[in-house]
Design a protein around this ligand. Structure first.
Ligand SMILES: *[C@@H]1O[C@H](CO)[C@@H](O)[C@H](O)[C@H]1NC(C)=O
Ligand SMILES: *[C@@H]1O[C@H](CO)[C@@H](O)[C@H](O)[C@H]1NC(C)=O
Length: 317
């Protein structure tokens, strides 16, 4: 009797400790999330025992400092140590915990949510975890084409930029026939807002419409620019400059000519003045001479009269 009881106890103990052993299972493939939408990170125990009395911890396994995404402990959520960016965005379904389902619901997914998560489930005598990889897909903003100037040979520099993508999108230039034009420079930056791509191209001939297309899987955003048929003439600036210089020279010449003419007139006036002065002097001389002449005339006149008187006197005597 005692033996049977002991055996039963041992058997019960074995069963008990077996029932405490479980596996924590996550998804086989990475979980795809779309930025702005909600996502479920699957995690459950096998066999499907209740985890209501256990500790369920979700954390980011590759982050350095704070790692906690969600903590369930002592029958409640304890999120005071939670990473700031997950605040109010995580939810464990407590009903589902009874069925061994510790999946985490993450709402309004951000690009920064991408990465590796651990679902860690701990009972009093056992623990295990599962890994969940999350990749976030974010469709960025429509590309923006900027005209970045002209080069010496008349080529038109264009830049196309698009931000907010995840993962990195493909950017391509297309002409109006849809043929791909190769980009000259390509730049990719990554920050918390995702990938931003910038490509540049120089268009040498009048191609009419040029498209910039950004693609990610089945998402496609496109912007086009219509280039004028008038080819940019790089000489135009030079011609304008040369014209301006020529105009300046002409104006300067005219001013100089006017100045010289004015000076010459001044000289002419001066010569005229001195000529008139000379004539004046001559006239004065003449007057003087005339006056002198008059005196001589009068002298002769009187001399003649005296002579005539004497002659008369002589004739009458
Ligand atoms: C686990 O719970 C989540 C909700 O938290 C639910 O969406 C999912 O379907 C459940 N998984 C299973 C296998 O029942
Ligand atoms: C565990 O899973 C089995 C089927 O695999 C199901 O019949 C049973 O109801 C589940 N138990 C709980 C607690 O969900």
């Amino acid at each position: 009797m005692k033996f049977i009881c002991l055996t039963l106890l041992i058997m019960c103990g074995i069963t008990d400790s077996r029932s405490e052993q479980y596996d924590v299972v996550g998804p086989v493939d990475p979980v795809f999330a779309v930025a702005g939408e909600d996502v479920i990170l699957p995690c459950s125990v096998k066999p499907n025992i209740s985890v209501v009395d256990m500790r369920v911890e979700w954390f980011r396994s590759e982050l350095k400092d704070s790692q906690l995404v969600h903590l369930y402990e002592d029958h409640d959520d304890r999120n005071t140590e939670q990473i700031q960016s997950y605040r109010e965005r995580t939810k464990l379904n407590h009903q589902e915990l009874q069925r061994g389902n510790a999946s985490l619901k993450l709402s309004s997914v951000q690009i920064s949510d991408e990465g590796r998560y651990k679902c860690f489930i701990q009972s009093e005598s056992w623990y295990n975890d599962a890994t969940v990889d999350v990749s976030v897909e974010a469709v960025g903003r429509p590309p923006v084409i900027t005209v970045d100037g002209f080069d010496d040979s008349g080529g038109l520099h264009l830049q196309c930029e698009s931000k907010g993508w995840n993962p990195e999108p493909d950017l391509e230039w297309l002409d109006s026939e849809g043929a791909i034009l190769s980009s000259e420079t390509t730049e990719t930056h990554r920050n918390t807002e995702g990938f931003s791509v910038k490509h540049s191209i120089t268009v040498h001939h009048s191609v009419g419409k040029i498209h910039c297309r950004v693609k990610l899987r089945n998402h496609k955003l496109e912007t086009q620019i219509i280039t004028s048929n008038k080819r940019f003439n790089p000489w135009r600036t030079s011609i304008i400059l040369i014209s301006a210089v020529v105009l300046l020279i002409v104006i300067a010449g005219m001013l100089m000519a006017a100045f010289i003419q004015k000076n010459r007139k001044h000289d002419q006036l001066l010569t005229e003045k001195s000529r008139i002065q000379g004539e004046c002097d001559n006239l004065q001389d003449d007057i003087g001479r005339i006056q002198q002449g008059e005196f001589i005339y009068l002298l002769f006149h009187y001399l003649f009269k005296v002579f005539a008187f004497f002659l008369h006197l002589h004739l009458h005597l």
